[in-house]
Design a protein around this ligand. Structure first.
Ligand SMILES: *Cc1c(COP(=O)(O)O)cnc(C)c1O
Length: 382
């Protein structure tokens, strides 16, 4: 098989180890809802979901019905929660497949109830409270009505009560305000329902950053995404230092040197001629560009890793290729290039690439395009 030009390596050992560490930190009695939306943050939903199921996740969180159905194909018995709002015509297949739904209003509860009743199937619900994210969830003032509706409902199973932090990595005080509001909601839920025989409804709030912030934010269940993939959210409040050495990035992103050219001083490099060689230079052409999801904005001042050395990108990133200044490196076409990842001190972290591109690691990971094949190391799951 010919060499690949741009690919991703997904280390399933690292994934398992990250989940074990998370399990150790949150305790055996808490539930872990691993978040696998957006193709498991670009890692590949099928393989990641399979591996997480084998490694003891309690539930999987997805963005929408399509993702939920894909997870059910991997492990039909595994609890799955759609974290987003569902469209009316998505309710039926979700209920059919026993995928749990997020509800943000009494109107939605009513629609789900009607649909479930017409199918004579029970629908699992996680009720969401908006405590300051301003996206999904009902307001505290509307909670009583929703709880009353759930209480009399025949076809809705009240499986969870949750909220989402908007600024856990940057604003602990605001997060505490959100948490207080959530606790007011939790009190109402407990008053109306107590703790049910199955331990539910699960109370959950913490995403990755929230999970690092305060022990009590762990509640009954946590919803980590980024941490599962071995990355720490860029926290302004230094997270407990013991996390960093315990997590390993699951994904590395590679390409190849396709050409090495010696060019004279005054050679302009790439579109727009933003870079002109100040001296004779060995220029490498790398087989990756923004068509693979490499952020065009990371070109200026960015670098790649070749044979453990940081090599600066020169000129603009193009759709399929980018140029680098090879300096004295003794390398030939075919050589592997790390766009992200690598071993030791010089490794290029997702957070660094994100900073370089003026964005966040989540966007970098989910931006790696369909053209980039994902390869799985450490045993195939599912
Ligand atoms: C994406 C998402 C998460 C996971 O967020 P991370 O910051 O990656 O841990 C948790 N909860 C909800 C509702 C989400 O949408």
């Amino acid at each position: 098989m010919p060499s690949e030009r741009c690919w991703v390596e997904v280390d399933l050992h690292a994934l398992r180890d990250n989940l074990s560490w998370l399990r150790h930190r949150v305790g055996a009695e808490r539930k872990i809802i691993t978040v696998v939306k957006a193709d498991a943050y670009g890692h590949g939903l099928r393989e990641i979901a399979g591996c997480l199921m084998q490694s003891g996740t309690d539930m999987l969180g997805v963005a929408n019905l399509q993702e939920g159905l894909r997870v059910k194909r991997v492990g039909p018995g595994w609890p799955v929660l759609i974290l987003g709002a569902s469209l009316n015509d998505e309710l039926r297949p979700a209920i059919q497949e026993n995928i749990m739904l997020t509800a943000s209003s009494v109107t939605e509860l009513r629609q789900i109830e009607d649909q479930a009743a017409s199918m004579a199937l029970k629908a699992g619900i996680h009720l969401k409270l908006d405590t300051g994210m301003g996206r999904l969830g009902l307001l505290l003032s509307d909670l009583d009505e929703a709880l009353a509706f759930l209480k009399q409902s025949r076809w809705l199973g009240f499986c969870g009560f949750f909220t989402h932090f908007s600024s856990a990595e940057s604003d602990p005080a605001w997060t505490a305000t959100q948490w207080d509001c959530f606790q007011s909601g939790v009190k109402k839920v407990r008053k109306a329902f107590g703790t049910m025989a199955d331990g539910g409804p699960w109370i959950h709030a913490a995403n990755s950053a929230g999970l690092l912030l305060e022990e009590h934010y762990l509640a009954d269940a946590v919803r980590p995404g980024l941490l599962v993939y071995g990355l720490l959210p860029q926290a302004q409040c230094e997270p407990s230092a013991d996390w960093a050495p315990r997590l390993r990035p699951v994904l590395s992103w590679k390409a190849r040197l396709t050409l090495v050219r010696m060019v004279p001083p005054g050679t302009s490099i790439s579109y727009g001629r933003s870079f002109v060689t100040p001296r004779p230079m060995r220029v490498g052409v790398v087989s990756a560009g923004y068509g693979d999801g490499y952020p065009r904005a990371a070109g200026e001042g960015g670098c790649v890793l070749i044979q453990g050395h940081r090599v600066p990108i020169i000129g603009r990133i193009t759709m399929d290729q980018m140029m680098v200044d090879l300096g004295e490196l003794d390398v030939r076409p075919g050589e592997e290039v790390f766009l992200m990842g690598g071993e030791g001190e010089q490794a290029i972290q997702a957070s660094e690439l994100a900073r370089q591109a003026g964005t966040i690691p989540w966007e970098i990971l989910t931006g790696i395009s369909y053209r980039v094949r994902r390869h799985y190391l450490g045993g195939t799951a599912s």
